[in-house]
Design a protein around this ligand. Structure first.
Ligand code: SF4
Length: 233
């Protein structure tokens, strides 16, 4: 099972290649900055006052900016574990080891299509063509958000949004991305779970061990490491 953060469109082999490629020291340090920022935000949203570092650093300044400009909706929760079954329903999961998810209550692990942790979740009210409806907000905190697809095209958010909406029992979700370095908040219009769920389950079903070349190879960030990319556009 690929976790929600490993989901990709069109070709699951991208995940495999990404895992095989060693992380450079620079990539690791930027990932660590993003993790530290996320922890500061979590402490703040959970009502604990984060301790400022003796030497102020970038994650701290990103955090200070975010709390000046962003107001959390009521009922917000951070780092929420969410599983999604192959029939599109929420599955309660535990994470016995980092990034390893299994269904709680001893259910068969094969029921899981994907699972992961949502940085931010909240029940909200959202304005739709049907009027004001109950919905959920599911958002991700990124160090930089510019390189990602719009929130309602972002595989991880789509999957976790479907899982959380199913947990709460609502038809609509709003997906969001916060870019820490740039202080940007991007949010989708309310989207129906039923409109995104088929694409989510399709991504979950993509095989991870075999390349699936096609027109999408042109924009693949693992293209130069992929034996199947030759001859594709
Ligand atoms: S280059 Fe194409 S086949 Fe290879 S991993 Fe990327 S999308 Fe898949």
């Amino acid at each position: 099972m690929r976790t929600a953060s490993q989901l990709t469109r069109d070709c699951g082999y991208v995940t495999k290649l990404s895992q095989l490629r060693p992380r450079s020291a620079y990539v690791q340090s930027t990932a660590d900055e993003g993790t530290r920022f996320g922890k500061l935000v979590q402490e703040w949203l959970e009502g604990r006052e984060p301790e400022a570092p003796s030497a102020l650093d970038e994650p701290w300044s990103w955090f200070e900016y975010m709390r000046q400009v962003w107001t959390a909706p009521p009922g917000i929760q951070c780092e929420v574990p969410l599983g999604l079954s192959w029939d599109g329903n929420f599955v309660e999961v535990t994470e016995p080891n980092p990034h390893i998810y299994i269904p709680a209550m001893g259910s068969d692990p094969s029921i899981l299509a994907t699972a992961g942790r949502a940085d931010i979740t909240a029940p909200i009210r959202a304005m739709t063509v049907e009027g004001l409806v109950d919905a959920v907000l599911v958002a991700d905190l990124k160090r930089s958000a510019w390189k990602y697809s719009p929130p309602d095209r972002h595989p991880q958010l789509m999957a976790l949004g479907c899982a959380f909406a199913s947990k709460i029992g609502v038809e609509y979700m709003v997906l969001g991305l916060y870019g820490a370095k740039d202080g940007t908040w991007e949010q989708s219009d309310p989207v129906r779970v039923d409109d995104l769920l088929p694409a989510v389950l399709e991504m979950c079903a993509l095989p991870e061990n075999e390349p699936r070349p096609g027109p999408w190879c042109a924009g693949c960030y693992e293209r130069r490491n992929c034996p199947a990319a030759e001859g594709t556009p």
